[in-house]
Ligand binder design. Structure first.
Ligand SMILES: Cc1cc2nc3c(=O)[nH]c(=O)nc-3n(C[C@H](O)[C@H](O)[C@H](O)COP(=O)(O)OP(=O)(O)OC[C@H]3O[C@@H](n4cnc5c(N)ncnc54)[C@H](O)[C@@H]3O)c2cc1C
Length: 264
C-alpha cells in the first residue's frame, strides 16, 4: 500500500513549504526514476510534492552569455529548442540521445541532475560547460554539485529551480550507449569556454569527473589528435556485466576523440 500525502503546489515557495522540515518528503518531477522506485518500495515518502504545475520551473531563456533552463524542462524541449540549438547545439544533441521518446517526453533536467545516476548524460554537460545549478536557496557550481554515486550537494529541502549554462565557443558530446536503456556506458562532453577546455566523463566512474590530462592537451591544441594518445586509468572505474573498467577506460579516449571532432 502507498501511504503518502500528495500535493500539487503552484509555486516554488509553496513547494518549499510543503517539504520544509519533512525528512521523508519527496519532490516529483517527471517520475521517470521516482515512480519505479516507489513501485519497488525502495522509497516510502511521507509526502509526494508534484512540481508539474509550477510554471516558473519550466522554460528556456537566453540571459546575456548564458542559457538558462528551468528544472522542469523536459528533455524533448531541450532537444527541439531553437534557443538551445543556436546557443549550444551539443546540449540539444545530448538531450536527443537520452533514453527513448517516452523518457524524453517525461524526464526533466532537474530530475536528472538531482538523481545523479552515474550513467546519466546531463551531468557531463553541466561539468563540461562549467554550468551553475540554481536552487531556491543558492547557486552551486557544477564542480561542487556532483558528489558521488546518486549523491549531490543538495540539502534535504532544497529545490533545483534552473541550470545556467555559459555559451561555449565549441562543444561536443559523444556516448557509447547501453543498447537497452540508452544510458551512457561512457559519455564524454568536451567544451571550450572563454578559451579554456573542459572534458567531462560520465558512465565510466561512480560519478561524473573531469579528465584533466585531456583538458591540458586541448588547451595546447584543440584537435581530436591532441587527445588520441591520452589513456584514462582504469583504477576506480565501474566494472559490470556491460563493460569492464579497462574497456570503459579505453572508451573514454575513443569518445573524447569523437566529441572533439564533432565540436569542430
Ligand atoms: C528506460 C529509461 C531510460 C533512460 N535513459 C536515460 C539515458 O539514456 N540518459 C540519461 O541521462 N537518463 C536516462 N534516463 C533517466 C531520465 O532521463 C530521467 O531524467 C531521470 O529518470 C529522472 O527522471 P525525472 O526527471 O522524471 O525525475 P523524477 O523521477 O521525478 O525525480 C528523480 C529524483 O530527483 C528529485 N527531483 C526532481 N526534481 C527536482 C528538483 N527540481 N529539485 C530537487 N530534486 C528534484 C526527485 O525527488 C527524485 O529524487 C532513463 C530513464 C528510464 C526510465
Amino acid at each position: 500500500m502507498y501511504n503518502f500525502e500528495y500535493q500539487r503546489p503552484q509555486s516554488v515557495a509553496d513547494a518549499a513549504k510543503a517539504i520544509s522540515g519533512k525528512e521523508d518528503a519527496k519532490l516529483l518531477a517527471g517520475g521517470m526514476t521516482l515512480i519505479p522506485t516507489l513501485k519497488q518500495r525502495l522509497a516510502k515518502p511521507t509526502d509526494l510534492v508534484d512540481l508539474g504545475r509550477v510554471a516558473e520551473l519550466r522554460g528556456i531563456k537566453r540571459d546575456g552569455n548564458a542559457l538558462v533552463i528551468g528544472a522542469m524542462t523536459r528533455h524533448v524541449e531541450v532537444a527541439t529548442s531553437d534557443a538551445v540549438k543556436t546557443a549550444i547545439p551539443a546540449l540539444a544533441q545530448l538531450a536527443e540521445m537520452i533514453g527513448d521518446p517516452q523518457v524524453r517526453n517525461r524526464g526533466t533536467i532537474g530530475g536528472s541532475i538531482a538523481n545523479n545516476d552515474p550513467a546519466a548524460d546531463y551531468p557531463a554537460a553541466l561539468l563540461g560547460l562549467n554550468a551553475t545549478v540554481v536552487t531556491n536557496k543558492r547557486k552551486i557550481a557544477a564542480d561542487d554539485f556532483f558528489k558521488g554515486m546518486f549523491e549531490t550537494a543538495l540539502g534535504a529541502d532544497e529545490i533545483i529551480t534552473a541550470v545556467s549554462f555559459p555559451t561555449a565557443e565549441k562543444a561536443g558530446y559523444e556516448k557509447f550507449r547501453n543498447p537497452a536503456s540508452r544510458y551512457a556506458i561512457v559519455g564524454v562532453f568536451v567544451a571550450r569556454t572563454g578559451g579554456q577546455a573542459r572534458v567531462a566523463v560520465t558512465g565510466a566512474g561512480p560519478v561524473v569527473f573531469r579528465q584533466k590530462d585531456m583538458e591540458a592537451a586541448l588547451n595546447k591544441s584543440w584537435s581530436a589528435d591532441a587527445v588520441a594518445a591520452i589513456k584514462q586509468s582504469a583504477n576506480g572505474l565501474n566494472s559490470d556485466i556491460h563493460a569492464s573498467a579497462e574497456y570503459r577506460a579505453h572508451l573514454v579516449t575513443v569518445m573524447a576523440k569523437r566529441a572533439v571532432a564533432k565540436a569542430g
